[in-house]
Structure formats: C-alpha cells, structure tokens
Design a protein around this ligand. Sequence first.
Ligand SMILES: *[C@@H]1O[C@H](CO)[C@@H](O)[C@H](O)[C@H]1NC(C)=O
Ligand SMILES: *[C@@H]1O[C@H](CO)[C@@H](O)[C@H](O)[C@H]1NC(C)=O
Ligand SMILES: *[C@@H]1O[C@H](CO)[C@@H](O)[C@H](O)[C@H]1NC(C)=O
Ligand SMILES: *[C@@H]1O[C@H](CO)[C@@H](O)[C@H](O)[C@H]1NC(C)=O
Ligand SMILES: *[C@@H]1O[C@H](CO)[C@@H](O)[C@H](O)[C@H]1NC(C)=O
Ligand SMILES: *[C@@H]1O[C@H](CO)[C@@H](O)[C@H](O)[C@H]1NC(C)=O
Ligand SMILES: *[C@@H]1O[C@H](CO)[C@@H](O)[C@H](O)[C@H]1NC(C)=O
Ligand SMILES: *[C@@H]1O[C@H](CO)[C@@H](O)[C@H](O)[C@H]1NC(C)=O
Ligand SMILES: [Cu+2]
Length: 630
Amino acid sequence: MAWLRPPRLSSLVRQLGFLALASAATVKYDFEIGWVTANPDGMAERSTIGINGQWPLPRIEANVGDQIIVNVLNSLGDQSTSLHFHGLFMNGSNHMDGPSQATQCPISPGSRFTYNFTIDQPGTYWYHSHDHGQYPDGLRGPLIIHDPDSPFKDDYDEELVLTVSDWYHDQMPGLLDFFISKANPTGAEPVPNSALLNDTQNLKISVEPGKRYLFRVINVGAFAGQYLWFEGHNMTIIEVDGVYHQQAEATMIYLSAAQRCSFIITAKNDTSENFPIVSSMDTSLFDKLPDDLNWNVTGWLTYDSTKPFPDPAVVDGDYEPFDDWTLVPWDNQTIYGEPDQSISLDVIMDNLDDGANYAFFNDITYRAPKVPTLYTALSAGELATDATVYGKYTHPFVLEKGQVVEIVVNNIDPGKHPFHLHGHNFQAVWRSEEEAGTFQDSGVTSANFSEVPMRRDTFVLYPNGNIVLRFLAYNPGVWLFHCHIEWHVQSGLMATFVEAPLDLQKSLVIPQNHKDACAAAGVPTVGNAAGNSANYLDLSGQNVPPGLIPEGFTTRGIVALVFSIISGLLGVAVIAWYGFVGMADQPAVEPAGAGVVSPADPPVVVAEPKGPTPTEVSLVDGAGGGGTRT
Ligand SMILES: *[C@@H]1O[C@H](CO)[C@@H](O)[C@H](O)[C@H]1NC(C)=O
Ligand SMILES: *[C@@H]1O[C@H](CO)[C@@H](O)[C@H](O)[C@H]1NC(C)=O
Ligand SMILES: *[C@@H]1O[C@H](CO)[C@@H](O)[C@H](O)[C@H]1NC(C)=O
Ligand SMILES: *[C@@H]1O[C@H](CO)[C@@H](O)[C@H](O)[C@H]1NC(C)=O
Ligand SMILES: *[C@@H]1O[C@H](CO)[C@@H](O)[C@H](O)[C@H]1NC(C)=O
Ligand SMILES: *[C@@H]1O[C@H](CO)[C@@H](O)[C@H](O)[C@H]1NC(C)=O
Ligand SMILES: *[C@@H]1O[C@H](CO)[C@@H](O)[C@H](O)[C@H]1NC(C)=O
Ligand SMILES: *[C@@H]1O[C@H](CO)[C@@H](O)[C@H](O)[C@H]1NC(C)=O
Ligand SMILES: [Cu+2]
C-alpha cells in the first residue's frame, strides 16, 4: 500500500519547497535580445540570437497561478522580433500571445515591449520568436510551470529539463530566400546540419542510483521530429503538451517540432555502467540525405564519470516509438459533443506564378495583414464578426463563444505535418493511418472517434492521411492554427481563428507600449486587413500572394517559363521547353544544392572547428532564467 510508505526525505524537501512558494508571485524577466556567437555542434561558429548576451537561452520558470512579466528590448539591430509562449492559453490576455501581425506589431530594433500574463496551467512549455521565421536562429527556450498539486508529485524525486532540436549553420533569412524561390520549385526544405540535445552534443546527465527523475522534454526545433530513447531505461509518460495523462510505459518516444513530453525515469541501483541517450532526427521529412549529415545526437546518463561512455547500440530496422494516440488524459475527459462549427482544411503544396512553392489550406496561402488581426477585431465594431474584415489571406474563421469547434485536416501531401493551435489544447479525436486519403472520403464517422481523447496542442498529421480535432471556444481572442514546421509557416500553412470578437472588445485594453511598438514599426493599430478604417468591408490594397498559375500550364512548365523569361533571349514558344531542359541540365542555373540541402553560399569557416564541449550537469537544478520572484 503506497500510502503507508514513509515519504523519502528528498521528496519531503521538495514538497516543503513548493509549499514555501505556493502563494501566487510575480516572476519578472528582463530580456535583451541580441546577436551572440554559438557553435553548439562544434562544426561551425555562427551568429545566433541570444538573451542578455547568452545562448542557450534562460529558462522561464514559475508556479501555477503566478504572474509572469517579460520586459523585452530588441537589440538585434537588423531584425524585428516577438515572443510567443507556446501552449499557454493566454485567457484574457490575447495581446500577449506573441505572433506578429496577428496579436501584436513586430518589435522593431531598439523597441521595448512588455509581456504580462498570469498562468493557470501546469506543465512543460516553451517560448519562441513568432516573427518572420526567426526562432531557428536561436530564439527559443523552455518555459516550465511547476505544479505543487501534481497528481504525480509522489512519483519522482527530481525534475530535469531537456531540449531536443535540429540546427542549421546558415541563418534563416538566407535559407528562406532560397526556400521560397523559383530556384526551389519543389519546395524542398533546407535539411538541418545537426541534431542537438539540450543545445549541445555529448551531453552528460549525472544521475544518482535509485532516484526517480522527471524529464521534461521539449522539441524546440524548426523542422525535424525526433526519436528519443535512453538505453537500458524505460520512460513512464505522465504529461504531453501541458496535459497530464495516465501513466504509460515507453522505450522510445517521438516528438515533432513543438511537442513536449514529461516522463519519469528510474535510475538503476548500481553504478557499474553509463548509458547512452540518443535523439535521432526523423529523416523521412528530408527530401535528401546529405552524405555528411549525422542525424543522431548522443548523450549519457552518467552513473560514474570514471567509467566508460559507450557508443550507442545501432537500432536495426524501423523505429517503433510510443504511439501517442493510445494516451488517456488523466482527468478522463470525454469527447465534446457534435460540433457547432466544422472547418475542413486540405493541406496542399503548389507553385504560384513566381515559380516558388507555397503551402495552402484549401486554396489559400497565408499572407500577413497590414493591421494585426487582433487590432482589426478590436477596432471593427460589430463588423468584427464578419470574416471579410480580416482579409482573405489571413484565412479567417470567426467562432462564437461556447461553440464546439471541429477542425478536419486532410493531408494532400506526402509529408508529416505537426499542427498547432494557439490559445487552446484540443481533443485529438481522430487520426488516420498514412495514405488514408481525405476524412470525407474515408468512410470514418464520429462513431470511430476516441471516446476519451488525448488532449494536446501540437498533433502530427501523417502523409496523405487526416486528423480531426475538437475544442471549445471559451477563450476570446485571435488564435493562429498552423503547421509547426517553420518552413511551412513561412510558405503559408496557417489560418486564423477569431474567437468571440465582441467579448474581446469588452475585455481587452492594449497597453501603451504595445501601441508604441506599432508606431515604431510603422504599423497601423486600427482598420481592416488592408489598413482601411473608413470602410471595413473594402479590402482593396490588402497583402496578396503571387498569382495563380494560368489554366493549361503545368507547374513545371510555368516554373520553366519563369526561368526562361528571366534568362530570356529566346522566342517565347521555344522557351518553355528549352528553359526546362536548361534547368535540368545546368547546375549553373539551379543554385548549388537546389531542392536539397543548405542552399545559401556555404559559410566561410574561419575558426578551427572544436570538438563539442561535454556539459556536466548538476542535479541541483535551480531556477534557470535568473528571473526575479517577488
Ligand atoms: C501587468 O498587468 C496587470 C493587470 O493584469 C497590471 O496590474 C500590472 O500593472 C501590469 N504590470 C506591468 C509591468 O505591465
Ligand atoms: C539543459 O540545459 C540547461 C541550461 O541551458 C540546464 O539548466 C539543464 O539542467 C540542462 N538539462 C539537462 C538534463 O542537462
Ligand atoms: C522496458 O519495457 C519493456 C516492455 O514493456 C520490458 O520488456 C523491459 O524489460 C523494460 N526495461 C526496463 C529496463 O525496465
Ligand atoms: C532498487 O532497489 C530497490 C530497493 O531494494 C527496489 O525496490 C527497486 O526495484 C530497485 N530498482 C531497480 C531499478 O532495480
Ligand atoms: C543513427 O542511429 C541509427 C539507429 O541506431 C542508425 O541506424 C543510423 O545509422 C545512425 N545514423 C548515423 C548517421 O550514424
Ligand atoms: C480515470 O479513470 C481511471 C480508470 O480508467 C481511474 O483509475 C482514474 O482515477 C480516473 N481519474 C480521475 C481523475 O478520475
Ligand atoms: C469505423 O467504424 C466502423 C464501424 O465500427 C468500422 O467498421 C470501421 O472499420 C472503422 N474504420 C476505421 C478506419 O477504423
Ligand atoms: C477563460 O476564463 C474564463 C473566466 O475568466 C472562463 O470562463 C473560461 O472557461 C476560460 N477559458 C479557458 C479556455 O480556460
Ligand atoms: Cu508542415
């Protein structure tokens, strides 16, 4: 009988510690965002976005009920920025959610911006830039909300935070210029250069025999999902994406970009061996596997640092990660009723008439509005419930308060896509196998749905498959729904939910420093998506994507045509064909690595590559971020 067991001393100390912190506090961080140099894989020094001169970034950490204040100063000089707090509901504080041109203006170089919100959710989260594809350049870090009342608090002795990610040697602006260009007509995503474990390689985590560790793992990567395993140890999963689930045993987990998982690992009783930890990027996402890519990163559970650190065993055959579909939420919440509003989105990759490849929900690829969508909602009066005012290319859906909303996503693409909804977690009520086709054609009905569905905020849609999500519209705000592969965010795989906008108008007051940021950025704070505040239904001048390819042209034909016109010396009739052949044959036309790897000019490596520095970690793992608690 577990309750008769005397509590361990360490457990007692931990609980007393929590008791002391139990009353709500204000936790304050001053973040000066600026460029630093980093070389986490030991292969290339690069400019990286740090905070207060350091990278890896500080951890934001608080208790349930605390108020968090993050004072941002953008010292990047050459780029705007913003911070999104991934997974937090921001109930009553939609203007603190972070995506630029959705809920705020971008924070210009030299500008300040204060994020101020109260957290009512325990769990494992992260913060990252939500501005022009910036976070893979380094601006992403853990956000942990401790829970003195966790239902699992007696099941572990220590908490550890661990990130996995992919890493690029080149900076995003250059990679994006190539990715969305006619030189990359197939839309092949740049392949990362390395995998990182806690922003390094050869990480060593000291463990004490017999202790039980809660690992809070976050994939802060841009693109790659990761398989993660600890040799010789099983994981007991208790939380995904901030939602407690009933304990589930796993030997290997899969985390897509942006997903989180907390699990308990029980250390062995003897210290005779150290054990490899492996995180392995999901190479099925990559169009090409460069010869020199090591898609694995290794670390160790260190029981005795004088003992050897063995190479990981090779896993033969297909990986068999734990299937998150089998998770049951700890609170046994059953499926919400039949939807009041059902939204069906087809994921399509296609070219537009500039020759570049874009991502579409149905027939729309996202374009940012001229006025942040939240400010349109706040300034449009009663027209805020008319989706027209938000512009066609934010792909808006207006939700009414209290609705059960269902999202069906059909993947008309052979890639995996991790879908994320801001401001909510959702019930993942259905996920098809790969190649199942559209939900509507598959014959599956709500009778097939999970009765006690897993809840999370980021969920993987399989190749040519479909998913069905449900959530309750009890959080007035402007919330983005998008694939969390940063390449696909930038190529347009995003829609906007405008939830209960009239309630929003009654409750939200935009602080002066948010308006000041808009003034500094030259972005208006009233008006429709086109910036028109005289007639909200007149969208002329709204931002639009490139045009559709004319009927009768094939995608490859038009790409060839565009190419040919640009190089254009020949007659139009010959060109379409000749241009295409030319493209296929001449590497000089197709930039090095086109459709492939790291397309931008390879960086000149000045510094002698150093071996990665092993990081020894003390398990007296204090508050990460140097925040002040009052
Ligand atoms: C944060 O917001 C609260 C109200 O929600 C307000 O009382 C407080 O002054 C704000 N603090 C800062 C630093 O903006
Ligand atoms: C990961 O790195 C952070 C510092 O960036 C540190 O606080 C944390 O303890 C590390 N986690 C592990 C498991 O080593
Ligand atoms: C891990 O779980 C597997 C399958 O449930 C089991 O066979 C194995 O013995 C477990 N390993 C450890 C170290 O507990
Ligand atoms: C370690 O020893 C304790 C007490 O002897 C035992 O209950 C526990 O199962 C052992 N743990 C492992 C991982 O073998
Ligand atoms: C990564 O690890 C897997 C699993 O052990 C192995 O099959 C693969 O060869 C490794 N890749 C590299 C590049 O070492
Ligand atoms: C959920 O159901 C399980 C049985 O399936 C039960 O053990 C558990 O106590 C329930 N949880 C809650 C919070 O009611
Ligand atoms: C959906 O449910 C029906 C009726 O129970 C069943 O025949 C069918 O196999 C299910 N479909 C899938 C894909 O599970
Ligand atoms: C948001 O807060 C309101 C009360 O202020 C509550 O009624 C509502 O359920 C909350 N919504 C969510 C999604 O937590
Ligand atoms: Cu995607």
